[in-house]
Design a protein around this ligand. Structure first.
Ligand code: B12
Length: 225
């Protein structure tokens, strides 16, 4: 009997990961296979499961990436798929491009993908690549919220104008969040991201925000060493 998307959803949900859409990759998607299913998070959907995991408590580096490898890896094993991850590069798998193929996502001025309901508060923990073609309807296209957002508060909320030049000035951001003045960005999450009115109900809480911001800062410092 052939696999259904409902079965994939069942396995991912049982492991605490959200299914973030599926599509049939073509040559432009950089992978060969019949179906790619994305796995990730929406708001705090996996926060409880992750924060009570052994990886979160063992004090070793990159707990969320190691948790993702275990959980998405287990799903792949159970379903006969190959697991791919958003981290571990470069080179990086094009998760944002895949995400936009799989769900009603659009680009935002911050470089993060925006969802009409979840806003900027979502991410990816892995993908399952299946050799077979699993029945998957294309995502229902919805208007991109940024197109009707006149004020674009995301572009003016950063205290050090890291988005002023039309891209993301990472050095500016890091200089600020690594200093005492950046404490609010660390615990309250990126102020530019928070300024977006879309998906406010999905905003990360202080613990989750601090975790992600610390992970980002620590990874950036390691890259520089
Ligand atoms: C390298 C990287 C970074 C770099 C550079 C990011 C950049 N802006 O260029 C640094 C370290 C700065 C970074 C920071 C952050 N990142 Co980052 N990052 C990545 C990573 C690992 C690879 C991206 C890449 O180079 N892909 C290779 C290209 C070829 O893939 P692609 O999908 O086809 O790339 C497309 C997009 O880049 C897009 N694109 C290019 N320019 C622009 C501009 C706009 C406006 C948009 C919308 C898209 C876009 O077009 C490309 C071609 O289709 C991805 C994970 C992944 N594997 O995708 C996460 C990822 C993009 N990051 C993510 C996040 C959450 C962050 C942070 C918020 C971290 C945090 N604090 O929590 C910050 C925010 C920075 C910002 N505002 O841009 C999420 C984004 C989720 C989402 N909602 O879209 C991802 C997908 C990781 C994940 N596990 O979910 N990141």
């Amino acid at each position: 009997m052939s696999l259904t998307l409902q079965q994939v959803l069942g396995v991912l949900t049982s492991l605490g990961v959200a299914m973030r859409g599926a599509f049939h990759p073509g040559p432009e998607d950089g992978v060969k296979g019949g179906t790619l299913v994305l796995a990730g998070t929406v708001g705090d959907s996996a926060w409880g499961t992750f924060s009570s995991s052994p990886e979160a408590a063992d004090g070793r580096l990159d707990p969320l990436d190691r948790w993702s490898r275990r959980v998405v890896g287990l799903a792949a094993e159970r379903l006969g798929a190959k697991a791919l991850y958003p981290f571990g590069g470069p080179p990086h798998w094009p998760f944002q491009r895949w995400g936009a193929r799989a769900e009603a996502l659009g680009s935002s001025p911050l470089g993060l993908l925006i969802h009409p309901d979840f806003g900027l508060w979502h991410g990816y923990r892995g993908a399952l690549l299946f050799a077979e073609r699993i029945e998957a309807a294309p995502p229902v296209r919805r208007p991109r919220p940024c197109d009707t957002c006149a004020d674009k508060p995301c572009l003016s909320a950063c205290p050090v104008d890291a988005f002023a030049a039309g891209g993301f000035d990472e050095a500016r951001c890091l200089g600020h969040i690594g200093s005492a003045a950046g404490a609010e960005c660390m615990t309250g999450s990126c102020r530019a991201r928070r300024a977006c009115p879309v998906g406010a109900a999905y905003r990360y809480g202080p613990e989750q925000s601090a975790f992600h911001m610390n992970a980002y800062l620590a990874a950036a410092r390691r890259r520089r060493c």
